[in-house]
Design a protein around this ligand. Sequence first.
Ligand code: PLP
Length: 478
Amino acid sequence: MALEPKYIFRTGQDYISKYTNKILQKSSNHCLLPLTSKVVNNDYLEIGECNIKNLVEQFGSPLYVLDEITLRTSCRQYRDSFNLYYEGPSQVIYASKAWSCLSVIGVIATENLGFDVVSGGELYTAQIAMSKLGYSKLEIANKIYFHGNNKSLDELRLAINSNCNIVVDNWLELQSLVKLGNDLPEKSIRILLRLTPEIECHTHEYIKTGHLDSKFGFSLNDFEAVINYVIKQKVLDCLGLHSHIGSQIFEKQPHHDLAFILVKWFKKAQELGLILSELNIGGGLGISYTHSDDPPSIEEWVKTVSESVMEACMENNLSFPKLIAEPGRSLIGSACITAYTIGSRKEIPGLCTYLAIDGGMSDNPRPITYKSLYSVLIGNKMSKKITETFTIAGKHCESGDIIIKDAQLPQTRTGDILVVMGTGAYNYSMASNYNRIPRPAAVLVNHGEASLIVRRETYDDLVRQDCLPQRLLPDCLL
Ligand SMILES: *Cc1c(COP(=O)(O)O)cnc(C)c1O
């Protein structure tokens, strides 16, 4: 279909020049493409000095392409901003549910970040990655925070054995920990308490977790009883309070308010006789998925959080606690793109033209789950004029399997490489094998080197967990 004049991108190249010019001054969560993106040979997208066409030829399609420099830059932007704005100690931890695999954990660990894990599997992944990189058991334990609103007894045992920090969500968990801990002589279990801060954020649609009727955390009405209970338990070493209010947040006010609420309860705990030292403000900073998204920069967000916590502490005569933030999306979202190959095409005159790709909701379930928007370009036609609007459809058996409804692209044909931007967070980690489609490979690119970090699944992988009981087999085979 003909393109309306309002669009600001004339070519794929514009996505780079508009957003990624001054690499290190730019907050990575503002960039639609990874920071190292360039156009080479006139028409090809290059990320981490690797040509997208070569990547697809070498590693196949679809392919997640993760840019190491962007990922490291986001880590540094968080770390450096806390050092600049917060006058107490601080620790940034990566919410690994955004994308948990050995290499992602490995890169982030070497930037001195810690990890937020929400399951035994994420805990295991973080532990294995860090120990392969040579971190001691003690360092690993201190840097991991275990979240979750319904940790199983097995998960709690794993957490206790690993000595990591446990962010306790509810009474059942608190009591289970005491029971498990009392069976282990001399054990001290480091915990934080997750609170429901009763914060609503009105201006944006996102996954809220801090509102009054949220499933997460202790309700504030229970606070006094919880603290009194915790004080009596020798086995528990309560370090502080935690709250996480939601994801893809573009306002700064909710985190400002959250800081004041958490500090108020910090003070309250002190009055009840429990001296705390850590305050964990959660994550939630948004990223730009399209040119109309305008989240605060990482630096602005950290400044708001830091100043609010310090101001609230001064009002309450508290010394500055160790401040912990746990970003997921804003650390890794913009560092990755997904490359697909365009296949079939269907034109419905006067309505729309579908372009079908070789992946879809199995490697990126966000559009069908949250109606999320994305930006796209053709990775092998970066200088061609954008002239058409397409609907990009996945290959799954659902009409809702649409990655983007009104993609503005140059003239395209079968075999072109479609690049979906901003797929680092909650894509691979939420991927499935729906329609028995093997999950794609992922590569980490840097300085012209592309390293496989997740192998593409094979058909054998798909049947690996399947069992065929003998009684289903014909007698002749028994
Ligand atoms: C998901 C989650 C985060 C990270 O959220 P982002 O929006 O990805 O930054 C942090 N803390 C907790 C407890 C979470 O559940």
